[in-house]
Unconditional design. Structure first.
Ligand SMILES: Cc1cc2nc3c(=O)[nH]c(=O)nc-3n(C[C@H](O)[C@H](O)[C@H](O)COP(=O)(O)OP(=O)(O)OC[C@H]3O[C@@H](n4cnc5c(N)ncnc54)[C@H](O)[C@@H]3O)c2cc1C
Lengths: 390, 253
């Protein structure tokens, strides 16, 4: 950690040599390969697809899954550090890796048949195939349990009808993990392949956040898939929700990467920018901002680190993940905003990363369970009274 | 089997804070962020490329220094070197290229390497001699500032960078010790698979006695800056006149 940003509470000392080298590799990669491209892609609303095979070669997709299932068998701390570095570059890059690893490889790994694992996991881990995850619908975001997408058994096949909205990687994906409700009302997961009749994707335009990421709408018109494309080992909403727990874990780390980048940019600027007679860093108001940013980043780092340790010990629960996702998004959101303030007029341009992070964080604040949803999840656990009407 | 040694040195990173230790002869090591010397990283990549183009080839990364240098040895192993050698020395006293080269030559002799690659110079001391002296001590062919290498049977062809933009193609018989210029290839990143696999690779440690040294640093200090600003006042014509005077007589343009 300390080589690449603030580490006020010496987390570096708790990292293994492998974890340190993994972070360095991810940091080097982002600095040399991604940073030179990000602004242009952000402005154009595109994703640098040419980097996907490199991400795969390095092992950045689904890294914590076992090697035989397309991962690299690294610790959850190492996986978190990778996402930290990717999001230091841009949330779009981290989102790509999160979707591929936590929302596509993970469900196939956890709930797929042996044939499905054999067919897809290595290809996804190496970046030869790209995946997306379709849960949200235009009218059902925070409340995915009421989804309208339907699957209906037809002999040995299933017929899928409906649509999904806000799907990261949707139009560039070779496969889609799609969640649909059957005639008995049970949610089931399917692996849909690009080009299947009746399956199409179109991009959502006009985003002012997460611009360096593809977001699409998926539509299914009588898409006929064999039963062998169904994820056989899970039924019900816990299927998609357990995937989200994996992805939210990564977000809690990623957000600290974005926050760290904002903090470092603002700190350097504050030391160099002179107004009146002194650098703006010399004024108490700026120092107060910097002290708050550093304290909150430290808090978020410690939460993410301990969460990863719990995950490595297989003792992490989804409530802890909700708390970290909620908290670290809020920290990053505040840090990015404060960094932007310190940068003054320059801070509103793409030449300085905080406003890009700031806009991105609005998506991260909302997806994978909005801030409010995680508040209610924690509220329910605290009071044992559900605020949701079922 | 073809055996290649790559000599890698751990040096302070270019962005590392550099403060001088109380002894005034070395840096405060606590505060330094160390990295693999830049040109050594290119030498390592060159060795790995040669390995990939050669049947039955072993790449050994070798580093001289205290315990901390194991970090870059593991980095080398993670990138694809087969094994590591740590020449363990517990001081920063040995800084002259001849003494350093003798340590390497003694340690490497029995390994009978076909090829020794090293960076053209270290970014901290910058002598630029170590690789060549080692080659001489081990009676190997030597070449410096290679910008390309090609193995050809029991020979190696290299392109050397000369002064003033000239290049020289030379061919020499193995064994050879060659120093590598930065920028001749694109060093790879260690993959996660490589990093996780590096744990299982051997690092042999040899303890080095550092009593023999020819050179001692007597004082390390930051250059003191002596900025002098002369303000030139007056009307535009007077300013131009005075400025031209300064250009002619003081700066001598
Ligand atoms: C860039 C981007 C990428 C995405 N990628 C994916 C993807 O790959 N796959 C996927 O399936 N989905 C994806 N999503 C969808 C995302 O998960 C949803 O946007 C999110 O769940 C919120 O749903 P919604 O937008 O419909 O908002 P709504 O659910 O309509 O919420 C609107 C507001 O109301 C609040 N609210 C809702 N219910 C309550 C309540 N009971 N009490 C209090 N407040 C409430 C919410 O917190 C929010 O502030 C993505 C979204 C974005 C923006």
């Amino acid at each position: 950690m300390k080589e690449f940003g603030p580490d006020y509470y010496n987390i570096t000392e708790m990292l293994t040599e492998e974890e340190l080298l993994i972070q360095k590799t991810a940091n080097d990669f982002v600095l040399n390969e991604f940073k030179p491209l990000v602004n242009e892609h952000y402005e154009n609303g595109t994703f640098p697809k040419e980097l996907i095979p490199k991400l795969g070669d390095l092992g950045f997709m689904g890294s914590s899954l076992p090697v035989e299932f397309g991962g690299s068998g690294v610790s959850n701390v190492a996986y978190g550090l990778i996402l930290h570095e990717l999001e230091r570059g841009d949330s779009g890059l981290r989102s790509f890796a999160s979707v591929q690893g936590a929302l596509v490889m993970y469900p196939i790994y956890a709930y797929g048949s042996n044939d499905q694992k054999k067919k897809w996991l290595k290809l996804l881990g190496s970046g030869n195939k790209i995946g997306c995850f379709g849960l949200t619908e235009s009218n059902f975001g925070s409340n995915p349990g009421s989804m309208l997408t339907r699957c209906k058994k037809d002999g040995d096949n299933w017929i899928i009808n409906g649509s999904k909205m806000w799907i990261t990687n949707g139009s560039i994906a070779d496969i889609a993990i799609v969640w649909a409700r059957d005639e008995e009302g049970l949610v089931r997961g399917f692996i849909l392949e690009k080009g299947m009749e009746g399956f199409s994707a179109s991009d959502i335009h006009g985003k002012l956040s997460l611009r360096c990421s593809i977001t699409s709408e998926l539509s299914f018109e009588n898409v006929c898939v064999p039963d062998s494309s169904r994820l056989p080992n899970v039924e019900g909403l816990k299927g998609p929700l357990s995937c989200l727990t994996q992805a939210r874990f990564g977000i809690s780390w990623g957000m600290m990467g974005a926050a760290t980048d904002c903090y470092q940019v603002a700190l350097n600027y504050a030391k160099e920018r002179k107004q009146f007679s002194k650098p703006i860093a010399a004024y108490q108001l700026t120092q107060s901002k910097l002290a708050n940013m550093l304290t909150r980043i430290t808090e978020g780092q410690l939460m993410a680190y301990q969460l990863a340790k719990l995950k490595d010990d297989e003792r992490m629960n989804f409530l802890q993940v909700s708390m970290a996702k909620r908290n670290n998004c809020m920290i990053a959101r505040d840090v990015a905003k404060t960094a932007r303030e310190i940068l003054g007029g320059n801070g509103i341009t793409i030449d300085y990363s905080p406003i890009r992070h700031m806009a991105n964080i609005e998506s991260v604040f909302t997806y994978e369970g909005t801030h409010e949803m995680h508040t209610l999840i924690l509220g329910e656990d605290i009071t044992k009274i559900s605020a949701f009407d079922n | 089997m073809m055996k290649i040694a790559v000599l890698i040195k751990q040096v302070p990173g270019s962005e590392s804070p550099l403060s001088i230790a109380d002894s005034n002869v070395w840096l405060d090591e606590e505060k330094v962020a160390y990295i693999m010397n830049e040109s050594d990283n290119y030498a390592l990549e060159e060795a790995l490329l040669l390995k990939e183009g050669t049947q039955d080839c072993e790449v050994v990364v070798v580093s001289l220094g205290p315990e901390r240098v194991k970090k870059i040895i593991r980095e080398g192993l993670a990138k694809g070197a087969d094994r590591g050698m740590h020449l363990n020395i517990n001081s920063n006293d040995v800084t002259d290229p001849l003494s350093i080269a003798k340590i390497f030559a003694d340690a490497l002799k029995s390994e009978n390497f076909d090829l020794i690659l090293s960076g053209l110079q270290s970014d901290d001391l910058g002598h630029g001699q170590t690789g060549i002296i080692i080659g001489e001590l081990l009676k190997m062919s030597t070449g410096s500032l290679a910008v390309s290498t090609k193995l050809d049977g029991d020979q190696i062809a290299i392109k050397q960078e000369m002064e003033a933009g000239f290049f020289q193609n030379v061919r020499m018989s193995l064994p050879a010790s060659i120093t590598i210029q930065s920028g001749l290839n694109t060093p790879r990143y260690p993959s996660l698979k490589g990093i996780m696999g590096a744990k299982k690779k051997e690092i042999k440690t040899l303890d080095i006695d550092s009593s023999d040294q020819k050179l001692k640093i007597s004082k390390l200090y930051l250059p003191s800056s002596s900025n002098e600003i002369t303000m030139i006042d007056g009307s535009p014509d007077q300013i131009v006149e005075n400025l031209v005077k300064v250009f002619k007589s003081e700066i001598k343009i």
